[in-house]
Write a protein that binds this ligand. Structure first.
Ligand SMILES: Cc1cc2nc3c(=O)[nH]c(=O)nc-3n(C[C@H](O)[C@H](O)[C@H](O)COP(=O)(O)O)c2cc1C
Length: 277
């Protein structure tokens, strides 16, 4: 399944891009509206994109009343990305969601610690609030992402989304001041791919959960590498800003290397069986 990465596509502004996907993942929704950080909130670096959007979103009530009904008109499976400041924030939004494909819990939120026990507490609260599939979206900032994966699996997660951005800082070469108004931001794009592959590989070895792999995917070859490392699905993020037709381009190229191609299947099984540390 080919998805977009949360925050990297607005399906209401670009419905034709969304229709190239097998499902649409929303920008993270928080209980209250958020304007996000002051500009500049995006910076390009030689190594990828830095963003400090600050989870700008209309908030839960407006999302449920206005945005969600409009998204339903696209007739695409909808994944709702949910954020908050504490477990109760996440659980309350989950309880209000019905008739959607899945919920993605974004742990990279202000005040939210991505440690195994706090991530598990949030998943457990959401599990009690909804029967919908729950995907825990982790960053690779934790020293042992597999430990977090095991904890959220035990707490009742149905899948993992790997990975979120990693914190980075870019300086203006002339002023030597941070390029982003907030200082640091989340690094995304191709430089993230080796980190993401390692996280997917480690979490696949640690749990049986299906994994949506993301982080720097720009080509069909990248997709195959994520599948080989243990992802079942993949999501496109930063690439969509530069190349909105990437889903079609990648899908066409994958037509040459079908994920169920016998050689690829054999390679997947061999690699997964010999999971390296
Ligand atoms: C501009 C921007 C906004 C993002 N907003 C969100 C968000 O709201 N929620 C979330 O879980 N991830 C968000 N992300 C992270 C992406 O979903 C994805 O995990 C990350 O960018 C890695 O994939 P990529 O390298 O293909 O972009 C955002 C990324 C970017 C670049």
């Amino acid at each position: 399944m080919l998805l977009n990465a949360s925050g990297c596509l607005d399906a209401l502004i670009a419905p034709d891009v969304a229709r190239q996907l097998d499902g649409f993942v929303t920008k993270t929704i928080t209980p209250l509206p958020r304007e996000g950080n002051a500009p500049p909130r995006i910076a390009e670096t030689a190594y990828g994109m830095l963003n400090a959007i600050g989870l700008a979103n209309p908030g839960r009530e407006r999302f449920l009343a206005d945005t969600l009904p409009q998204l339903r008109e696209l007739a695409l499976p909808l994944w709702i990305s949910v954020g908050g400041f504490c477990a109760a924030d996440y659980a309350e939004t989950c309880a209000r969601l019905h008739d959607v494909e899945a919920i993605e819990l974004n742990f990279s939120c202000p005040n939210v610690d991505e440690a195994a026990d706090s991530a598990a507490e949030i998943v457990a609260a959401c599990r009690a609030a909804t029967p919908l599939p729950l995907y825990a979206k982790l960053s690779a900032a934790h020293p042992d992402v597999a430990e977090v994966a095991r904890a959220v699996a035990t707490a009742g997660a149905d899948g993992l989304s790997l990975i979120n951005t990693l914190r980075g800082l870019a300086l203006d070469p002339r002023t030597l001041k941070p390029t982003l108004a907030r200082g640091t931001g989340g690094l995304s794009g191709p430089s993230l791919k080796p980190v993401a592959l390692a996280a997917v590989h480690a979490c696949h070895a640690a749990t049986d959960l299906p994994i949506v792999g993301m982080g720097g995917i720009t080509t069909a070859q990248d997709v195959v590498e994520f599948l080989v490392c243990g992802a079942q699905h993949v999501a496109l993020g930063t690439v969509l800003f530069a190349d909105p037709d990437a889903p079609k381009r990648i899908r066409d190229a994958l037509g040459v290397v079908q994920p169920d191609d016998r050689r690829l299947s054999a390679r997947l099984l061999e690699f997964r069986a010999n999971a390296v540390a």
